[in-house]
Design a protein around this ligand. Structure first.
Ligand code: DX5
Ligand code: ZN
Length: 219
């Protein structure tokens, strides 16, 4: 089954817990977009938000660290209750060490690639990963359009994972909507991140249900 992960970014932070709890029955994971204002222009939130929400829901927390020097923050985000920590290859000169650091906390390890970062970047570490995050927008903002060439990148990533017989999740993040989720699932994604398509929809639960149906036509 292809999973849907609502992205916690374009939300009403004054009602954050209510927004999360309103969709928790349908959410397979919650995708938290942590932004530091350096790796990406925007600033979003830190580990305290993860810590505060952790006791409110049992849904796994998929934390996307769009931050420079992510190795400095792994321990606190793991302790705060992250189930998976994803770092960007573009800011990890010691990627192998950073992945080991994440896994040593008992948290799943993911690596994200920006749209222009080649898949080959992952070759040396692909066997150690629990999740690959293929960015389908340039990171830093919700509500952007899906970058079309990324569909072929997803297909190639799926080929590589299957050829190596790896159970690693293939997550696609950015611009995922009702209109394109079936295509991206067919291209090989196992997790679809959806921010504005969920939290900017008047009925977020219905939006997730519809995307889940479209992404899993034979279910
Ligand atoms: C962008 C984030 C995405 C984004 C998804 O930097 O990583 O998770 O918030 O939002 P939508 O689905 O609206 O593109
Ligand atoms: Zn994200």
């Amino acid at each position: 089954m292809v999973k849907i992960a609502p992205a916690v970014l374009l939300v009403d932070y004054g009602r954050l817990a209510e927004e999360i709890l309103a969709v928790e029955q349908e959410a397979d994971l919650f995708h938290f977009d942590v932004m530091d204002g350096h790796f990406v222009p925007a600033i979003s939130y830190g580990a305290d938000v993860i810590r505060s929400l952790r006791p409110r829901t049992a849904v796994p927390f998929d934390v996307h660290l769009m931050v420079e020097y992510p190795e400095r923050y792994i321990a606190e985000f793991a302790k705060a209750g992250s189930d998976c920590l994803t770092v960007h290859a573009e800011v990890c000169p010691h990627l192998d060490r950073t992945i080991r650091q994440i896994k040593a906390t008992g948290t799943k390890a993911g690596v994200a690639l920006n749209p222009s970062t080649p898949l080959d970047t992952l070759d040396p570490v692909i066997r150690d990963l629990d999740l690959v995050l293929v960015m389908s927008v340039n990171p830093g903002f919700g509500g952007q359009g899906f970058i079309p060439h990324v569909e072929q990148k997803v297909e190639e990533m799926r080929r590589r994972l299957d050829a190596l017989k790896l159970r690693c999740e293939l997550e696609v993040d950015g611009g995922i909507k009702v209109e394109n989720c079936a295509r991206i699932a067919k291209a090989g994604a196992s997790i679809l991140v959806a921010g504005s398509a969920v939290f900017h929809n008047p009925d977020p639960v219905a939006a997730i249900r519809q995307m889940k149906r479209l992404a899993n036509p034979s279910a």
